[in-house]
Design a protein around this ligand. Structure first.
Ligand code: GTP
Ligand code: MG
Length: 240
């Protein structure tokens, strides 16, 4: 039986909220408005995953699937320095791929699984998991097919998490909730419907606070208490 590894987010408050960090063997989803920190958390995890276990890392490589073209290798440099690591070595251990269609995204996962069988990976990022589905299945009658393909992709991600003891970190978008009624307090909800809700073990809702401050709330996680953590986005990645 594989044992869970918890990878630091760079923020102690956020780690505590998560029970120690982002976990291997399951899918962690972050959703929230633009600039809420989803991609910055991805960049920080790219580095912290490579830290040794005693420094709350995962001692492993990182696979990064980017559907929005927002990965910035130059952002990795100050984050690596903040953690006292060699930036070039850290960059060498991030396997990066840009996906252009949902099919491309799926095929990249197949290729990565083969790579993970040979090398020690601890993290797989998909930023964003749903954007290409929303583009490729934008027609009104295509929702059922989209959800079916999305389920297929998510089940592949779960399989990778469990087979290779990898943490899977995915980002999601928020959509306006069209469901009328006069008592709606939160008009935004994560995209992807029940399919995504069932696949992600831990769902994090991010929002902007003052300045560089961000707030993370546990949206849905069976084993975690409800709560919030405040963190900052800094040049060295997420911090308190
Ligand atoms: P979308 O993908 O647009 O939905 O947003 P996101 O949730 O992925 O936001 P992202 O993680 O890209 O966060 C963007 C925020 O990070 C912005 O407010 C930037 O100002 C901040 N940020 C990015 N780089 C740096 C940096 O080097 N230093 C600091 N202090 N902040 C940064
Ligand atoms: Mg982003």
């Amino acid at each position: 039986r594989k044992s869970v590894v918890r990878i630091t987010t760079g923020s102690q408050a956020l780690d505590e909220l998560l029970g120690g960090g982002i976990e291997t063997l399951c899918i962690t989803e972050a959703f929230g408005e633009f600039r809420s920190g989803k991609t910055q958390l991805a960049h920080t995890l790219c580095v912290s995953t490579q830290l040794p276990l005693h420094m709350h890392g995962g001692n492993g490589k990182v696979a990064y699937i980017d559907t929005e073209g927002t990965f910035r290798p130059e952002r990795i440099v100050p984050i690596a320095e903040r953690f006292g690591m060699d930036a070039n070595a850290v960059l060498d251990n991030i396997i990066y791929a840009r996906a252009y269609t949902y099919e491309h995204q799926y095929n990249l996962l197949l290729g990565l699984a083969a790579k993970m069988a040979e090398e020690p990976f601890r993290l797989l990022i998909v930023d964003s998991v749903i954007a290409l589905f929303r583009v490729d299945f934008s027609g009104r009658g295509e929702l059922a097919e989209r959800q079916q393909k999305l389920a297929q992709m998510l089940s592949r991600l779960t399989k990778i998490a469990e087979e290779f003891n990898v943490a899977v970190y995915i980002t999601n978008q928020v959509i306006a909730d069209p469901g009328g009624g006069m008592f709606i307090t939160d008009p935004k909800k994560p995209a992807g419907g029940h399919v995504l809700a069932h696949a992600a073990t831990i769902r994090l809702m991010l929002r902007k606070g003052k300045g560089e401050q961000r707030v993370c709330k546990i949206f849905d996680a069976p084993n975690l208490p409800e709560g919030e953590a405040v963190f900052q986005i800094t040049t060295g990645g997420l911090a308190d």
